[in-house]
Design a protein around this ligand. Structure first.
Ligand code: CO
Length: 160
């Protein structure tokens, strides 16, 4: 029996034009609270993580017009952008995708928000779904280790 490489739905990411309006809607209508908010400059997005049990809804809005999320909004409008699967080992899961002939966006894991390591898998090899592999915490020496020890502290502190 094979052991699953994915341990949980980390987040479901939704591209929105107005982050504050989306946050307010989740809070006022569903009573769901933002547990982490972060500007992810390399990706050109600002994200807000709304806590749902052990997972998040990740509301994403672009911070510049040439960011992938801005292009997504222009082409397809607001809506489901990607699904983040939590994995124990991002590099291992990424390798499994590559070995199966999958198309990856990131050749190697890179720092994500809230002290995670992440890698994206292209939708063309995963049934039309952009997938983000999310590993809590960062190995020693990885860039942006500001959070390292604290990474699991609050595994719930926030993703991209
Ligand atoms: Co994400």
């Amino acid at each position: 029996m094979t052991r699953s490489l994915v341990t949980e739905i980390d987040h479901v990411a939704i591209a929105v034009r107005d982050l504050d309006a989306a946050i307010a809607w989740y809070a006022e209508v569903l009573g769901a609270e933002v547990v982490h908010r972060e500007l992810v400059e390399p990706d050109g997005v600002e994200e807000a993580l709304v806590g749902v049990a052990e997972s998040y809804v990740q509301l994403l809005s672009p911070t510049r017009e040439d960011s992938p999320v801005a292009r997504f909004l222009a082409a397809r409008g607001e809506g489901l952008h990607h699904v983040g699967y939590r994995v124990a080992d991002c590099a291992q899961a990424l390798d499994a995708v590559k070995r199966a002939g999958g198309v990856v966006v990131d050749e190697a894991p890179r720092p994500g928000s809230r002290g995670t390591m992440v890698a994206f898998v292209h939708p063309k090899s995963s049934f039309g779904t952009l997938i983000e592999l999310v590993q809590e915490g960062r190995p020693n020496g990885a860039a942006g280790e500001a959070n390292d020890g604290a990474a699991s502290e609050k595994a719930r502190t926030g993703p991209h």
